[in-house]
Design a binder for this molecule. Structure first.
Ligand code: UT7
Length: 336
């Protein structure tokens, strides 16, 4: 059995900055509400005509990660791509990355799992490496939310929160099993599937022809819905549980955490977890202020920036944790 370790990180965000004040011009919202409830000051929204898509943003982040890893694209044995906003209904963006990077015909796996998508993707990659099946795996989280949000006052409870962007990591084999990804922990609770959901189009709900036939402008089924307070209450409990689960599985106490990178759902959630685990501001990395919630991209985007800012060093215990739609949640404990 091997371990896996991250040897390269990359990111990409669209140029177009949308501030809270910009949003207050198109819907009934304001900077004070958004800042107080979420910590978000601005987000990136892809500009029409820019050519950015979930797949192309993922490719740009991947290129940076490959270069920083010091490997060639031809060394990549497998691709895992996490997103809830694929360019096409099918196939998923993994194969678009394989093609765009000109990688030989390696496997490409698409992961759903929304806000927990990157942790799930990382777990899959880690376990493929642990068994010896693959040596170098490209893991991507990328989202283009802005195209599918209800940008009117009706949708303000959701649309002010989400942003576009991508992050990527290269995982490789590590022979020392005390280094790299020590463990990952994944959970789900489908009874709450409809508390954070985008129902249509779906084969089991309403397909595109049903939506067109109804021609009902009050139809909200093709916009994301979130029961915000219920999600918030579950998030703080599950984040804490799954971080503790990861620490305990490795015989670690909370004092061992050098850096916690929580999924960037809401700055208030991150601060709650920070207080609960007694961590300082330097031990928790947040960039939701700049990017909003980028779902599967949020952890690799934050991990990349924390690393770029020199906040993650060799030997550090780094904890990643996420919670979101499904509900799904998970954590990863990494010895950097
Ligand atoms: O990433 C996946 C996981 N997601 C999460 O973890 C998100 C968890 N939930 C949250 O972060 C928070 O619940 C939100 C930030 C989404 C909302 O904050 P809240 O404190 O729960 O607000 P609320 O939904 O209870 O709404 C309070 C009020 C309502 O008005 P009334 O009914 O009190 O008059 C809303 O209509 O705020 C109103 N409101 C807004 N006002 C200005 C909702 N959205 C907005 C807005 N601007 N954008």
């Amino acid at each position: 059995m091997y371990n896996s370790k991250i040897i390269g990180l990359g990111k990409y965000v669209p140029d177009n900055v949308v501030t809270n004040d910009d949003l207050s011009k198109i819907m009934d919202t304001n900077d004070a509400w958004i800042t107080e409830r979420t910590g978000i000051k601005e987000r990136r929204w892809v500009k029409e005509g820019s050519g950015d898509t979930t797949a192309t943003m993922g490719v740009k982040a991947a290129k940076m990660a490959i270069e920083r890893a010091g490997i060639s694209k031809d060394d990549i044995d497998f691709i895992v791509f996490a997103t809830l906003s694929p360019d096409m209904y099918f196939p998923g963006p993994g194969v678009q990355v394989q093609h765009a990077l000109g990688i030989k015909t390696v496997g490409a796996l698409d992961v759903r799992n929304q806000c927990s998508g990157f942790i799930y993707a990382l777990s899959v990659a880690d376990n493929f490496i642990k068994t010896g099946m693959y040596k170098n795996i490209l893991v991507i989280g990328s989202e283009l939310h802005s195209h599918g949000l209800d940008k009117t006052t009706r949708g303000r409870g959701v649309s002010v929160i989400f942003g576009d962007g991508a992050g990527a990591a290269i995982l490789t084999r590590e022979e020392n099993n005390k280094k790299g990804i020590l463990s990952t922990h994944l959970h789900s609770q489908g009874e709450h599937a409809e508390e954070l959901v985008l129902k249509a189009p779906g084969m089991g709900t309403r397909w595109v022809n049903d939506i067109l036939a109804d021609n009902n402008e009050d139809d909200e089924s093709y916009f994301p819905y979130m029961n915000g307070q219920f999600v918030f209450k579950n998030a703080v409990v599950r984040f804490s549980e799954v971080i503790m689960e990861g620490l305990m599985a490795n015989g670690l106490q909370k004092e061992a955490i050098d850096m916690l990178i929580p999924h960037q759902a809401n700055l208030r959630i991150a601060q709650f977890i920070q207080n609960k685990f007694g961590l300082t501001n330097d031990q928790v990395f947040n960039n939701i202020q700049k990017y909003g919630n980028t779902t599967a991209a949020s952890i690799p985007l934050a991990l990349t920036e924390a690393w770029e800012e020199g906040k993650i060093n060799t030997g550090d215990t780094v904890v990643l944790a996420a919670f979101g739609s499904g509900f799904t949640w998970g954590s990863a404990i990494i010895k950097w």
